[in-house]
Ligand binder design. Structure first.
Ligand code: NDP
Ligand code: OXD
Length: 327
């Protein structure tokens, strides 16, 4: 049986189904999520037994999940109508054994805001050359003004929920942004390319490239030596997407040669980034510890509950992952 350790099951009416929802997103997250999830369920009029414990997987209607959570095999979850991920990235889930249930990734307005702030902040750091003035031990008076935004083309690789929001925010500051995605897209006022030719063309003029692609078999090592060489000399790379998008050795070589001026990296092939990894000590690399954006319990709980509501109403789930495609 499921237990609701602190509050017990929700019961708002005698004749309604009480759903069983298993919070399998890690015990450490439960204290932050318990109240917002219960509030969102109550607001949606959904009766549920919500618990971070599960004694009977075959009785679970919905699983709330995160990588590193409690489930390594979905086979016993025979009745489960959807797995609702708290993360946007799903590469650690799509290949878990027994996952035949619909998988929904997280598109959370607060997570999107966080990503927009990280991307805009780091673009502006490089665009304005802020480091020159922040770290200036010799007190050099160099009045060179940076170009204005309209003179600094940016490539946004990945034009999904996060990429498009970041592209629009950068555009609003005046940067000419070219997007790139897997499929052709027509977006109001925002050029978006696709395919190998599109990638070459987006990189060919980009002084800053932002990687907001998922990690899939098709995107492994996407930014390799050949593609880094397409960029204007001294270009900047921002990677808040996933570590495997970049060929690490090719990036170090491009930084050493000056082809790439700087790389600000939030995600890595191995996390935490191993102490001996050359990224830590390379003067052309800024490491941030996978903090670009985080799912927030209040807003994410509403997204999760909306999907449960849709599942119960027989409506299509939002943010459904294509397991074969990997995102
Ligand atoms: P979406 O699924 O909404 O968007 C993914 C985008 O990548 C789409 O535009 C898609 O193209 C494009 N894409 C996928 N595969 C390819 C390919 N082979 N070639 C070209 N384009 C491709 O994801 P989100 O925007 O929500 O998130 C993007 C990634 O950001 C996540 O997968 C995750 O890895 C990372 N992330 C990092 C965080 C952090 O803190 N560092 C926080 C949250 C997310 P199309 O539109 O044609 O399908
Ligand atoms: C995510 C992340 O995918 O935090 O949500 O990286």
């Amino acid at each position: 049986m499921f237990t609701a350790p602190d509050k017990g099951p929700f019961c708002f009416g005698k004749d309604k189904t009480v759903l069983t929802i298993y919070f399998a997103a890690g015990q450490s997250r439960w204290p932050d999520y318990a109240a917002p999830l219960r509030t969102a369920l109550a607001e949606a009029g959904i009766e549920a037994q919500l618990s971070p414990q599960c004694d009977d997987p075959s009785a679970v209607d919905y699983v709330i999940f995160a990588p590193g959570g409690e489930i390594a095999d979905f086979t016993p979850f025979t009745r489960t109508k959807a797995v609702l991920n708290l993360w946007a990235g799903v590469e650690k889930i799509v290949s878990l054994p027994g996952l035949t249930q619909p998988l929904c990734r997280m598109v959370d307005p607060a997570l999107t805001s966080g990503m927009v702030e990280w991307v805009v902040g780091h673009c502006l750091r490089h665009h304005l050359g802020m480091d020159r003035h922040i770290i200036n031990p010799a007190h050099i008076w160099d009045p060179t003004c940076p170009p204005i935004a309209s003179e600094r083309p940016i490539a946004m690789l990945g034009m999904g929920a996060l990429g498009e929001a970041c592209a629009r925010a950068l555009q609003a500051l005046g940067f000419p942004v070219t997007g790139w995605s897997r499929t052709p897209k027509t977006l109001e006022g925002l050029p978006c390319l696709h395919g190998e030719d599109g990638l070459r063309s987006a990189l060919g003029c980009a002084q800053i490239a932002v990687l907001l692609l998922p990690s899939t078999p098709d995107t492994q090592g996407l930014l390799n030596a050949e593609r880094l060489a397409l960029m204007p000399k001294g270009a900047v790379i921002l990677n808040p997407g996933r570590g495997p998008l970049i060929d690490d050795d090719a990036l170090i070589a491009a930084l050493d040669s000056g082809q790439i001026g700087h790389a600000t990296l939030d995600v890595f092939r191995t996390e935490p980034l191993p102490a001996a990894h050359p990224f830590w000590s390379h003067p052309g690399v800024t490491v941030t510890p996978h903090i670009a954006a985080e799912t927030r319990p209040q807003s994410a709980s509403r997204v999760i509950v909306e999907n449960i509501r849709r599942g119960e109403a027989g409506l299509p789930f939002l943010h459904l992952v294509d397991l074969a495609r990997g995102y």
